[in-house]
Design a protein around this ligand. Structure first.
Ligand code: AMP
Ligand code: FES
Ligand code: ZN
Ligand code: ZN
Length: 328
């Protein structure tokens, strides 16, 4: 908590935030500007977006991706790229409805085009049903489905990249987990921008250097209609959570540790996987033509085990019919 005597380093109004790594105290207005500038600098530093690009924003309705939407919308006007929003309705009872409402409310306010893909409409089943039928844990099926739909929607709509709301804390948690598991191939993908490959669009992470605490304060100050609830399938005692807590303690003691870690990761990550290994493991799915590590992609495998048929091709056609003229 800041004392009422704490004043903004720029305008001397009452400060609402202390940015320890930048040695700044900020009032509401300058805090919002500071976070937006930080995302702009990240875009420029890692070349995430250029004039004329078409960026598909993956927005769940939580605080991170609503912050992503809010800031990318503002920057799209200034930096002259286009944005559209993709929301995936997983059909999780008592959870998905509220998320969808949050996304609809903020996209409408900003006037950004919105594509909502509902699992119930696309596959005839919700995420919990898909998980049960394919006998895989909900979070694993969820990851496969979301990655596939983001990629397919970007390709079918002619987007130049998909942007996700992963924060600095998310990337660090995945990085430490990958390191513990000695999974260098996953570690090498934790960069601000992944390359486009055959059957896969480039993915960007504009919040790469923004801390989770910062997106929370940004969302509260800007009164973004984010959904506070947690997915009923979330694992409360996960390794990622402990890593996040640990890194927050380290950051308190040594401000800017998280940013330095990420900048080094961004610089070295792609050299962690030998090119040969990477080349061998990349191919396209025989059914749908999108990226796969086998003759069938994970999405075609999951849908085949759940409904008896690999549905990638049909889903791509369905999305294609939905996204016409989304950028106009
Ligand atoms: P998560 O894997 O749930 O931590 O989410 C990581 C990022 O994926 C979010 O910041 C969003 O950009 C995107 N995302 C997650 N869930 C959805 C969803 N239901 N619809 C669209 N994008 C999503
Ligand atoms: Fe994917 Fe909870 S949001 S399983
Ligand atoms: Zn100020
Ligand atoms: Zn496929």
């Amino acid at each position: 908590m800041l004392s009422p005597e704490a004043k903004c380093s720029f305008c001397r109004r009452e400060a609402v935030a202390r940015i320890a790594y930048a040695k700044l105290l900020l009032c509401e207005e300058h805090y919002i500007e500071y976070i937006r500038n930080k995302v702009r600098r990240t875009i420029l530093r890692y070349n995430l977006a250029n004039r004329g690009d078409k960026i598909l924003l993956a927005v769940s309705g939580g605080k991170d991706s609503l912050t992503l939407l809010d800031i990318m919308y503002a920057l799209s006007q200034e930096m002259r790229f286009s944005v559209a929003v993709l929301h995936i309705d997983l059909g999780i009872e008592g959870y998905s409805e509220q998320l969808k409402h949050s996304v609809e409310s903020h996209t409408q306010k900003l006037g950004v085009p919105l594509i909502t893909l509902s699992l119930r409409d696309i596959l005839g089943v919700t995420l919990p049903q898909l998980s049960k039928r394919s006998r895989r844990p909900p979070c694993s099926v969820c990851g496969i489905v979301k990655r596939y739909l983001m990629n397919a929607c970007a390709i079918e709509s002619g987007a130049t990249a998909v942007a996700t709301g992963h924060t600095a804390d998310d990337v660090i948690a995945y990085a430490i987990k990958s390191f513990i598991l000695q999974d260098y191939s996953s570690l090498s993908k934790l960069v601000p921008k992944t390359k486009a490959l055959q059957g896969a669009i480039s993915r960007i992470r504009p919040l790469y250097e923004v801390y989770e605490r910062e997106t929370l304060l940004y969302s509260v100050l800007k009164r973004l209609p984010f959904h506070h609830g947690m997915c009923p399938y979330v694992v409360r005692n996960s390794l990622e959570r402990h890593v996040k807590r640990f890194f927050n303690q380290i950051e308190e003691l040594f401000p800017s540790t998280k940013i330095s870690f990420l900048r080094r990761l961004a610089k070295h990550a792609e050299t962690l996987t030998p090119v040969e290994t990477e080349r061998k493991s990349i191919r396209t799915c025989d059914v749908c033509g999108l990226i796969a590590s086998d003759h069938k992609c994970s999405f075609c495998k999951v849908t085949e085990s759940a409904v008896g048929m690999p549905l990638g091709r049909e889903v791509r056609d369905y999305i294609s019919s939905m996204v016409k003229e989304i950028w106009s």
